[in-house]
Design a protein around this ligand. Structure first.
Ligand SMILES: Cc1cc2nc3c(=O)[nH]c(=O)nc-3n(C[C@H](O)[C@H](O)[C@H](O)COP(=O)(O)OP(=O)(O)OC[C@H]3O[C@@H](n4cnc5c(N)ncnc54)[C@H](O)[C@@H]3O)c2cc1C
Length: 413
């Protein structure tokens, strides 16, 4: 059988790998090159213990407050478009403790073996940069630390509980922390990768497995035949197959319309910049500033910001500058680079309830969707790829997928 995967981000590539590994003939089509979307720009953290969905208690109020600050880490560009209003209403409805707790549990279950699977990728010959020194969440404000312990029961039950660090204990863990840091949470099992090296390794592995990789071919039409998809098209090019997987990240909204099944996926834009290495022992979350710091072999990556706006990768330099300034309060001797490094934008695929959309696409018998992984695409990708491959190859709907069913949205029924 032959599956056509639409989208070569971390979700499309990992799922294509699982399918090809199990003997499926796979064609993967991307609008540009593979691994150039959010999958390249992200912080590279594999962090099941930080997998709470974005909507949660107080999120709406904080967003409204932050909308007034041009350099805030969260921005919502207001719009009266019905799709935007309904997305925001959905987010508001999901912004409660019960829904967030249930969503966190669902994410943790999907990410259960993620670390082991990343190890298996390496054992299978994928050559990418991965670090296992853990993750330190650093807090300037102690009340933010207490807030982060809200879901402690869940992370504890998955064996991922952090060590709480008070005052100088943070500096014992990470000597480069400044005296302004009041406390921290250290998660010893969390890992991080160099996202671009992961994308390159997956691409190379797919080539080895005989996957047909088609680049610069944005899918712009879908041919339906009754309750099945016959082919997808990019201009004059036609890709037929037995089954189709939509994994177009933040672009899934418009592409899902081509299937006649519009899904409420919107972009949550973020930025990353790279500077010289800084000698940190582990990845660090500048928690109050909401900036991710990723130490890599030859560079330090800084990532942050969540902007709900248009489907574009334009850069807002004011917010990028805020990312570059953030470490100053947290690190002992941090100096922002003399000239601003080139920033890149990536769009997280966001959904109203903060959960991915994974499953059969509406009533179409041979079409599937896997998207909406929000801030967690790298973390969730390996587990996601396995259950999606089982669904496509064996029709096996894992109970893990129940919270992520497309049927919870009108376009997914
Ligand atoms: C600043 C930032 C930091 C982040 N940090 C982390 C982190 O530390 N850990 C973590 O787990 N997650 C993180 N994320 C989230 C993560 O990057 C995303 O969840 C993930 O990349 C989504 O993967 P994807 O494959 O769905 O989308 P993408 O990686 O965006 O890939 C989508 C692909 O679809 C293609 N496409 C679009 N339209 C079409 C079309 N019409 N036809 C064919 N192809 C099409 C695109 O070209 C693209 O290659 C971060 C994101 C950002 C922006």
């Amino acid at each position: 059988m032959h599956t056509v995967v639409i989208g070569g981000g971390v979700i499309g590539l990992t799922t294509a790998y699982e399918l090809a590994r199990q003997g499926e003939t796979v064609t993967l089509v991307d609008a540009r090159g593979t691994g150039l979307g959010a999958a390249a720009v992200n912080a590279g953290w594999i962090v099941p213990a930080e997998a709470a969905p974005v909507p949660g208690p107080g999120v709406v109020l904080t967003s409204l407050k932050w909308m007034l600050r041009p350099d805030s880490p969260l921005y919502i560009r207001p719009s009266l478009a019905p799709s935007f209003v309904s997305f925001m209403l959905g987010m508001w409805r999901a912004s409660n403790a019960k829904a967030q707790h249930a969503g966190f549990a669902a994410h943790l279950a999907l990410a259960e073996n993620t670390i082991e699977v990343f190890d298996e990728y390496r054992a299978d010959g994928m050559d990418f940069e991965m670090h296992n020194e853990g993750l330190l969440m650093a807090f300037l404000d102690k009340s933010n630390l207490e807030h982060h312990l809200t879901h402690y029961d869940l992370v504890d039950s998955h064996g991922l509980a952090p060590t709480t660090l008070v005052g100088d204990q943070v500096r014992e863990q990470e000597p480069l922390m400044s005296d302004a840091v009041q406390g921290g949470l250290f998660f010893p099992k969390e890992r991080h990768v160099d996202p671009e090296s992961l994308m390159r390794a997956l691409h190379a592995k797919l080539v080895d497995l005989g996957v047909e990789l088609v680049e610069n071919a944005p899918i712009d039409a879908v041919e339906r035949s009754g309750d099945r998809v016959a082919a997808v098209r990019s201009g004059a090019r036609r890709f037929d197959g037995d089954r189709f997987l939509l994994a177009a990240g933040a672009w899934t909204g418009p592409v899902s319309k081509l299937f006649g099944q519009p899904l409420p996926v919107r972009p949550g834009k973020g930025y990353s910049v790279e500077v010289a290495p800084y000698g940190l022992k582990s990845a660090v979350n500048l928690s109050d500033a909401k900036v991710a710091i990723t130490p890599l072999a030859n560079k330090l990556r800084l990532a942050g910001t969540m902007e709900f706006g248009g489907l574009d990768e334009n850069i807002n330099q004011v917010r990028v500058d805020a990312i570059l300034r953030a470490p100053k309060a947290y690190f002992r001797d941090w100096e922002p680079p003399a000239s601003a490094p080139v920033a890149r934008a990536g769009m997280r695929p966001m959904t109203p309830d903060g959960l991915p959309i994974i499953g059969q696409l509406g009533g179409i018998r041979n079409a599937y969707v896997s998207t909406g992984h929000g801030m967690l695409g790298v973390t969730l990708a390996p587990g996601n790829a396995r259950v999606v491959a089982d669904l496509i190859l064996q029709g096996a709907t894992s109970p893990l997928l129940a919270p992520f069913t497309p049927a919870r949205f009108r376009g997914g029924r």
